[in-house]
Each structure stands twice: as structure tokens, then as C-alpha cells.
Design a protein around this ligand. Structure first.
Ligand code: ADP
Ligand code: MG
Length: 423
């Protein structure tokens, strides 16, 4: 890991990083950043930017957009007649390939990973341990060998349809919407993980966050969905239900509380993960989300572990009376405190506005049907996401100069072994 760290710190080329950062900056107000602008921001001598761009393109860190576009510009002409300079300006129409670049997800990964390596958060990237709906999850190793987890958010990758339905909103941010949204999702996840951890909730330790990337501690366990047998299923269910209730008391609803986002270790201790979609108990659909979370858990436990539970109000089932019933919590009877964690959240830089912004997307509703924006724009975005999926860090990790990939992977090989282990 030390060698990897040094390498990544030095980098194959500081220029690569400089130009990539220039593209990122350009994307703040350009969907496609003209090469000249990249050059101006990067400020490399002797046309260095163009050479570097070619290299970045080869490694799929940027995408080159060469749609033809017509534009006019004023051009100065100057010539000499009999030792006299004559100068005039005229407008010329050009038809040319637009020399534009934009970051791919891989390029964004590079910037985030590089920043975190520079900060000393971790020194090597290991194998991929999860592919979520809208994220890729890797093991990473700190210089002292500690294994952690890096989650790279990929908003819009799968549920692009959800983003599509919000295109009215996207239109105003079309330039760097996926960068923006993925960054926001990461910041939200980090802020919630940190705040919840501080309030004693069983969540991974929030280590750091940069751009669309969150670093957290590794949970030594398995997602509940992989667990086929439990010593004390009713105790585990009770713990989990208690968690949902405690969250609500703290003013929050997980909204994706299910067997994929609950980890169980060998001692049957529970850890919850995956927070970008959490909402406040004051949300207009709060009760529905709460009931859905509860329902998910009860259904899963009843199916897999044969536990009975109270069906709504009166459903005490005599036939299963030998199993202790676990009471289903009711949203209305919980003493909830909305905004309880606001202070902690804003301490991580996550604001109310961020919450509003991200809710418009992640909530996955269909309220905002829009008919105004052009489909071209959307196809364009869709293209970005498709490309982004292909560009996985794992495939291109060598570009990060994490020299000895094998070593890095080996050093990261301590946890998540065989999925079947506790089945
Ligand atoms: P998504 O939002 O895409 O669903 P998750 O945060 O749920 O992503 O992570 C996906 C999978 O990655 C999880 O089901 C789990 O197996 C694994 N994972 C995520 N975070 C951790 C962690 N801190 N420790 C161990 N495994 C993790
Ligand atoms: Mg998940």
C-alpha cells in the first residue's frame, strides 16, 4: 500500500490531473467544455493541454463530443499593401466539429480517489465488493493496512427513468447534473452516517467524503438477504424494528429499509447502511414510507424465518401462538422530533437546500411530469450514463498508478469471503 500511495501521490503526471480538474471546473457552466477553455483553465505551456486531453480520452477519463455545430465569429484580417498595413473585421460563419470534452464517471472517480489518497484517507484500492442500484463499492486500504469501504455514487445509472420524470428540474442544471447529484448523494450519505453514528445508531463509521465518493468502515458481516439461518431471529427482528422506531423518534425515515441494506455479523449484530434516500418525518409521504419500511422487514422475516407478527390491528394468529409475536409499530404513536439531527447534518456541510434538491430526485415519485424539454438533451444524458457504466474503476485502475494492483487486492482480501458461509 505504501508504494501505491507514493505512486498515486506523485502521479504519472501532474498535468493529467491538472487538465482533468480543468474539465471538471469547465463543467460548472458547460455541458461540453470546449478544448480552448480547458486549455485556458489548465494553463499548460506549448499546447500541452491538447496532448494530455488525448491521453485522458484514451483512458476514458473524459468523453469527446464532436457534434457538428455552426457558429459565427468575428475575424480580424490584416494584409499589407505597399508597406502599409490594412486591417478589417468581418463575420465569418464556420461549420466545424465542436471540440468539446466532458468528464466520464471514471474521470470523476479519478479526481475523488486522488483527492482522498492525497489526504491520506487510504492508500490503495482493492476489489469491488458490491454493485448497488446506483453505486459501486470497493474495498480500500489505509497505509496502516486498515481495510475500509469506498462507495462511489452513480446517480442516474439505473433509475434514469426516475431522473427523466424530473427533467424539468434537470433542465436548469443540465450542464453537470449527474456530477452534482452524485456528489449530493455522497455528501448526504456521509452526513447522515456521521450524525447517526454520533447518536449511537449501528452504522458504519463515516471516514471521509469527496465528490461522489464516501469512505466508511468495513462492516464485518453479510447483507441480511444472504443469511439463511439465525440463532435468534425474533431478537434480530426486534432489534431491527426498534431501529426503525428510534430513527423516527430522531425525525428520520430510512425509506429503503430492507434485507439488502441491513448487515448481520456472526454474532447477529445489526448494522444499517445506505442512506441517500432518507427523508424527514415531516415529509408529506412520511407515514407511507415508514409503513413500507416496516412492512418490508416483517414480510422478509415472516417468509424466511417463519416469524409471525401482528397483522395490522387485530390479527393475532392463534395457530402460530408458540412464536412470540412482535408488535408492529404505528407511525402515529411514535413521539417524533423532526429536525433533530439538523445541526449535526449541517456540520458536515449538508444543508436543507441540499436535502430539498436531492429529494426531488431520489424520492422516485412521478409527480413532476414534464413535457417541455427536448428529448435530444435526454438522449445525450442517457448516453453519459451508459458510458459511465462501462467505465469501472476496477478495469482501469492501472491508470491511477496504483502500481501493484495484485498486492493491493491481496491486502484487501480479508473480509467478505464466501457468501455461503452462514447459510
Ligand atoms: P446501494 O445504494 O447502491 O444499494 P449500498 O450502500 O446498499 O449501495 O451497498 C451495496 C452493497 O455493498 C451492500 O449490500 C453490501 O453488501 C456492500 N456494502 C456497502 N457498504 C458496506 C460496508 N460498509 N461494509 C461492508 N459491505 C458494504
Ligand atoms: Mg443498498
Amino acid at each position: 500500500p505504501t508504494a501505491c500511495c507514493d505512486e498515486a501521490r506523485r502521479g504519472r503526471s501532474a498535468d493529467d490531473f491538472r487538465v482533468l480538474t480543468a474539465v471538471e471546473m469547465g463543467m460548472r457552466n458547460h455541458e461540453i467544455v470546449p478544448a480552448e477553455l480547458v486549455d485556458r483553465i489548465a494553463g499548460l505551456k506549448h499546447g500541452g493541454t491538447y496532448k494530455v486531453l488525448k491521453n485522458l480520452l484514451k483512458h476514458k477519463l473524459v468523453h469527446h463530443d464532436s457534434s457538428k455545430c455552426k457558429y459565427t465569429r468575428s475575424q480580424r484580417f490584416q494584409f499589407r499593401i505597399n508597406f502599409q498595413y490594412v486591417e478589417f473585421t468581418c463575420f465569418v460563419a464556420f461549420l466545424r466539429a465542436d471540440d468539446g470534452f466532458r468528464l466520464t464517471y471514471l474521470g470523476y472517480d479519478f479526481l475523488a480517489i486522488k483527492a482522498l489518497v492525497n489526504r491520506g484517507v487510504f492508500a490503495a484500492v482493492g476489489r469491488q465488493i458490491g454493485v448497488g442500484k446506483e453505486s459501486d463499492i470497493f474495498e480500500v486500504a489505509a497505509e496502516d493496512g486498515t481495510i475500509m469501504v469506498m462507495k462511489l455514487h452513480r446517480l442516474g445509472r439505473v433509475s434514469f427513468r426516475a431522473v427523466k420524470s424530473k427533467r424539468d428540474y434537470l433542465k436548469h442544471r443540465s450542464s453537470y447534473n449527474w456530477l452534482y447529484l452524485s456528489r449530493l448523494a455522497a455528501l448526504k450519505e456521509y452526513a447522515f452516517m456521521k450524525a447517526l453514528g454520533e447518536h449511537g445508531f449501528p452504522v458504519p463509521d463515516a471516514v471521509d467524503c469527496n465528490r461522489h465518493c464516501v469512505v466508511m468502515s468495513l462492516v464485518q458481516g453479510y447483507p441480511l438477504v444472504q443469511v439463511k439461518r439465525l440463532q435468534n431471529p425474533d431478537e434480530v427482528l426486534e432489534t431491527i424494528v426498534d431501529l426503525v422506531v428510534r430513527l423516527a423518534e430522531h425525525g428520520l425515515i430510512h425509506c429503503d429499509f430492507n434485507e439488502f441494506n441491513i448487515m448481520i455479523d456472526d454474532n447477529e449484530q445489526v448494522t444499517m447502511i445506505d442512506f441517500p434516500q432518507m427523508v424527514s418525518v415531516s415529509h408529506r409521504n412520511a407515514k407511507m414510507y415508514f409503513d413500507r419500511d416496516v412492512e418490508c422487514i416483517f414480510k422478509f422475516f415472516s417468509k424466511r424465518f417463519n416469524l409471525s407478527y401482528q397483522e395490522a390491528e387485530d390479527g393475532y394468529d392463534e395457530t402460530e401462538a408458540d412464536v412470540e409475536e412482535i408488535e408492529r409499530p404505528s407511525f402515529s404513536s411514535i413521539a417524533k422530533t423532526a429536525g433533530f439531527l439538523d445541526k449535526e447534518l449541517s456540520a458536515s456541510g449538508f444543508t436543507r437546500k441540499d436535502q430539498d434538491d436531492i429529494e426531488k430526485f431520489i424520492e422516485g415519485g412521478t409527480e413532476q411530469k414534464d413535457t417541455t424539454s427536448s428529448d435530444d438533451e435526454l438522449e445525450d444524458q442517457e448516453q453519459t450514463h451508459i458510458e459511465a457504466t462501462d467505465d469501472s474503476v476496477a478495469e482501469n485502475i492501472d491508470f491511477l498508478d496504483l502500481e501493484d494492483q495484485e498486492d493491493a487486492a491481496a491486502s484487501c482480501n480479508v473480509s467478505i469471503q464466501n457468501e455461503d458461509k452462514i447459510m
